[in-house]
Design a protein around this ligand. Sequence first.
Ligand SMILES: NC(=O)c1ccc[n+]([C@@H]2O[C@H](COP(=O)([O-])OP(=O)(O)OC[C@H]3O[C@@H](n4cnc5c(N)ncnc54)[C@H](OP(=O)(O)O)[C@@H]3O)[C@@H](O)[C@H]2O)c1
Length: 325
Amino acid sequence: MITYGVVGATGLVGETMIKVLQDRSFPSVSFHPFASNRSEGKIVRYRNTDYPVEIIRPEAISKGMILFGATSANITKKWIPMCIEAGALVVDNSSAYRMDPDVLLVVPEVNGHLITGEENIISNPNCSTIQLVVALAPLQQLGRIKWVSVSTYQAVSGAGTPALEELQKQQAGTLPANTADRIHENIITSIDPPDTGGYCSEEVKLMNETCKIMGMYFPVFASAARVPVRTGHTEAVVVKFDNPVRSNEAVSILEESRGVAVSESGSSPLDVEDTDIVVVDRIRNNPGDPSVLQFWVLADNLRKGAALNAVQIAEEYLRRKNTDS
Ligand SMILES: NC(=O)c1ccc[n+]([C@@H]2O[C@H](COP(=O)([O-])OP(=O)(O)OC[C@H]3O[C@@H](n4cnc5c(N)ncnc54)[C@H](OP(=O)(O)O)[C@@H]3O)[C@@H](O)[C@H]2O)c1
C-alpha cells in the first residue's frame, strides 16, 4: 500500500493517468492531485472520492511516495528536486531527464528488466518513441537492425490541452489562424521550430531515445508531422536488417509480443483510441531489397504513449522493490 500523486493532474496526460491508475487497480493508501495555482482547490474524482488539487510543496511529499510527473520539462525541473530529497520515486513524462545518463528511460516490454527498485527518477519516453520501440525490439530476433526510417502522423493531443482547445476552436470556426498555425484541415511538417540542423525536437527525441531504450546505436531517419487527429499517433516505419528477412516471420514474432496486436487490413487512429495496444499493421517485404521490412505502427499517445507506460513502469518498480525486500 503506497501513497502516490499525479503532478499535472488537470492536464491531458494527468487525467489519463488517473483513469489508467483506476483501470489497473493500482494499490494505494492515499492520493494527491497536484497542478498549478490556476487549479488549486479544483476537485479531481478518483475511486469514488473527491480530492482537491494541491500545489506541490515539500510537506506534501513523503519517503516511499510514488509521483507521476505530467508537466512540461521546465516545470518538472522545479519540483523534482524536492521529491528526490524526500526519498520519493518520480516516474516522469516530460523530456527533462530522458537523456540523462544516470536516469533510466523505460518501456517495460523492452528494457523493464533494468529497473532495480532503488531509483528516484525513471523517465517515460516520448509518445512516438514508445510505440516505435514496442514494435522494433522483438524484430531483433530476425537480425541486426542497420537503420530505421520513421515518418510520424502525430495527433493534436500530443501537444497538450491548449493545442486540443485550439483545434476545437478552429473546427468550430471561432479561431481564425494563418496557414502556418492552422491544424484544422491541414498538416504541419515541423511539429516545433527546427534546430540549426533542420530537425524539429520530436524528430530528435525519436532518434536519441530509440537508441537509448534499445541499448544500441543505429541511425534513425525521423520525419515528424502534426495531423488534425484528436488522439492516436500513426507511424510509417521502414527497417533495414543485416540479412534477408521474411514478413511472415515478423508477423509470427509480433503476434507473440507483449502489448502488440498485428493487423493486415489497414488501421486508423480511431482503432487505437482509448486502448492499451500498439497495433503493427501491414507488415510487408520490400520487393527491391529482401533485407527491408515496412509496416505501420499506431497507438493511443495518451495511454501507451504516456500514462499507461508510466503506470507499467511503477508496477515493475514495485515488483522489484518487493522482491528485494
Ligand atoms: N500529450 C501527450 O500525448 C504526451 C505524451 C507523452 C509525454 N507528454 C508529456 O507529458 C507532459 C504533460 O503533457 P500534457 O499533454 O498533459 O500537457 P497539458 O495538458 O498542457 O497539462 C499540463 C499540466 O501541467 C500543469 N502545470 C502547469 N504549470 C504547473 C506548475 N507550476 N506546477 C504544477 N503543475 C503545473 C497544468 O496544471 P494547470 O491545469 O493548473 O495549468 C496541467 O495539469 C509534458 O511534459 C509532455 O511533453 C505528453
